[in-house]
Design a protein around this ligand. Structure first.
Ligand SMILES: [Zn+2]
Length: 388
């Protein structure tokens, strides 16, 4: 019945005028996902895949259910957690835990810690759960390394199903070339077939204030890196990659902020601009950029701040067409979507005052702007994280 009803809703989506329909649909999707997880738990524990000609639940999900690799891993891991810790089912049902965050936690949950950890992870995003785990289970710094990879694609490691039960294979694979710190707890899935190695995140929390960064570079970049190490021979005798990159990024962001906002050693105040000019002076742009933390400052009627750092533009709070001035008080940052949205509210659909003031590459510039505001403190990373 619900399926027919939802099918009709989708058929008539063009007449969507009550967004609560989306909430209902998301709820229905979550219910279906939880039901799938519950049934997978049974399917997996009874080894029903074997009689169907498959080696694992993983293979069955990928080939028959046509789930993506990530969806498969998340659902199987969540299914095994549900069997071990029934509270996980309640959390999945209410949406305070997602299959993604469940999978992150799976490696660390024990009979002793699961209640506290799950409570702490309740309602948190993937990234917040990663931070939480890094805080509770700090890992050693990874050993800096430059190694040759085969092929030109060089993306994340391709998915491969483990051939046989192999406890915590994904874990050992992901640590293979990074110093292999020991694990604090054993994997709760040790008795079950391990899941495949997921694509590795590019930036991963290791411990508070410590991150592993991994990427693939060209031979040319590698050559530049060696050159920089040589040139820094006195300042960084060890040639430590983290220090070399930090210095390189300092130079880059200083250069970017100069270029994007015409930053000078002694910023000049706005001079000789007529009162009705639409042009936003550079000193106002700098002030606004830092004030709005380099992110869209649009706040919805329900109080949600957008916070996007992409395709930012300078927005007149009191519209230019209504006499709004380009002052730090009247200018705020908006992403393209919200600048357009508010312009249409004022000027009408499809219309907009000419001359958008786009802020390019806001992310890089923002790091720099904050650093310039609070030089030499650890505030930079914290302020940056707070808007993520
Ligand atoms: Zn926005």
């Amino acid at each position: 019945m619900a399926v027919v009803e939802n099918g009709m809703k989708i058929t008539h989506a063009s007449t969507l005028n009550n967004v609560s329909v989306l909430t209902d649909l998301a709820h229905t999707e979550r219910e279906a996902t939880v039901a799938l997880i519950v049934h997978l738990a049974e399917f997996d524990s009874r080894g029903l895949y074997a009689g169907l000609g498959f080696q694992s639940t993983w293979a069955y999900c990928m080939e028959v259910l046509r789930l993506s690799e990530d969806a498969t891993c998340n659902r199987i891991e969540a299914a095994r957690m549900v069997r071990k810790y029934p509270i996980v089912l309640d959390m999945l049902e209410t949406g305070t835990l997602s299959p993604t965050t469940a999978r992150l936690l799976a490696k660390r949950l024990t009979d002793e810690n699961h209640e506290a950890l799950l409570a702490e992870a309740s309602g948190k995003s993937k990234r917040q759960v990663e931070e939480l785990l890094a805080r509770h289970f700090p890992e050693s710094d990874v050993r800096a390394s430059v190694r040759r990879v085969s092929g030109s694609g060089a993306g994340p490691v391709a998915a491969q199903e483990p051939p046989a039960p192999a406890p915590a294979l994904a874990e050992s694979q992901s640590r293979m070339d990074s110093g292999s710190p020991s694990r604090a707890s054993s994997s709760p899935t040790a008795s079950a077939p391990a899941l495949s190695a997921a694509p590795r995140p590019v930036v991963r929390s290791l411990a508070p204030e410590r991150y592993e960064i991994r990427f693939t570079a060209s031979a040319e970049t590698c050559e530049k890196l060696r050159l920089a190490q040589d040139l820094l021979g006195h300042a960084v005798p060890s040639g430590d990659l983290a220090q070399v990159f930090d210095r390189a990024l300092d130079v880059l962001v200083q250069e970017l902020v100069k270029r994007k906002f015409a930053v000078t050693e002694r910023p000049r105040p706005n001079r000789g601009q007529s009162d009705d000019s639409r042009n936003i002076p550079a000193d106002v742009k700098r002030t606004v950029f830092v004030k709005d933390r380099g992110s869209c400052a649009f706040v919805s009627p329900s109080g949600r701040r957008c916070g996007s750092r992409r395709f930012l533009e300078f927005h007149h709070v009191e519209p230019y067409g209504a006499g709004g001035k380009p002052t730090a008080h009247n200018i705020q940052l908006r992403c393209g979507v919200h600048n357009r949205y508010e312009a249409e509210l004022f000027y009408g659909p499809g219309k907009r005052c000419e001359g958008g003031d786009q802020v390019r590459e806001a992310e890089a510039v923002y790091r720099c702007a904050v650093e310039f505001t609070r030089p030499g403190t650890g505030e930079r990373s914290r302020a940056y994280e707070s808007t993520a």
